[in-house]
Design a protein around this ligand. Sequence first.
Ligand code: FES
Ligand SMILES: [Fe+2]
Length: 397
Amino acid sequence: MATVENIDPRKSGGRGRAAPGTPIGGGIEKSRLPLAEAWHLPGYIYESPELFALEKDKIYMKDWLAVARAEEIAAPGDFMTFEIVGEPIVVSRHKDGQLYAYYNSCAHRGVAVAAGRGNAAKFTCPYHAWTYDLSGKLLGAGFMDNVEGFDPETCRLRPVKLDVWEGWVFVNFDERAAPLAEFVAEFAGAFGRFGQGRFKLTGKMESTFDCNWKLINENFVDLYHFQTLHPTTLVNWPKPGSYPWTPMRHGGYATFYENNMPVLDSLRPLGPAPWLPDEIKAKPMFGGAGFLTPNFTTFVRPYSIAQIIVWPLGPNRTHLCQYITVPENYFDLAPDLMDRVKELHELMTIITEEDRPMIESLQKRVGTRGFKPGRLSTGEFLVHHYINDYLERMFGA
Ligand code: FES
Ligand SMILES: [Fe+2]
């Protein structure tokens, strides 16, 4: 069993710190107490390569993962490549109009058959020139005619499950995974009414952080820091004590509120998305936020939906994709749409850059001998919810 190494015994003693040689999962008991008694997690939770490998097995290789907007792969031949926690895949649209996902690993010896993104009629492996169509099926392979038992009809790039919810392309590495509709059902119960399938992308901002992926997820549900760190960028936000929220499975949640977000003033004259329910259309300051395991954070408004997806690159490195979408009718209504959303795009980056020094500083500390987890504030109720569901999922009840 993997154990926690290099843990200073002086830092153990019931404060959530694991003693040397403790199995992965040690030292977490005090984080599982009720919020008023709870401590933050031991440092190794955010930096252990062994735990990172376990997270990949238990979470990222099991859950449905949103990798792209369908509109990013709209035309036959469009494709995008991804490395999902080290697993290389292609998502493409075949000439039959269907989306497919498969490993980016040639069926001959495993070389990557596609790179980056683009539009292609077929993929040709650069090593021995086996060719594949955009559904991943083998089209041709030289000098394979007399190879016993080789069936070109069934030979293909190994498929990955794919489905679409509200314009989001999800993939799943687990062949036995329950359908996507089941996976998103609870989240869809809260956010499906926004009909995000009819929102279209105005921008996608990407950046990489020197920190563990969970620290970013925690940061997004940490209302406790809003007033300190974002006094001018997240104005008028509900205070932690007055935050109505609904917990969901695996650390998910949904919350809805009304507050003014001045950066949306340029979009308000275009009206709320026409398909929204009347009770939302009647509230121009309406907003909501939510989280879908393991990496999908949403902020909804009648005028725009922002989605942030967190991709673990390693125990200490995480890639962030921020998508801004607006109602599809805005593209006809406003020739100056890109000017109207410019400030909103910039704000998303400014907020994450305000967060960056805190999260990266925290990451640097969790591996040091001087680090000792502290108490949770009652303002960190969503962090408590998130880490407890994470612990339950990783280590059981
Ligand atoms: S590895 Fe692709 S054709 Fe040989
Ligand atoms: Fe923040």
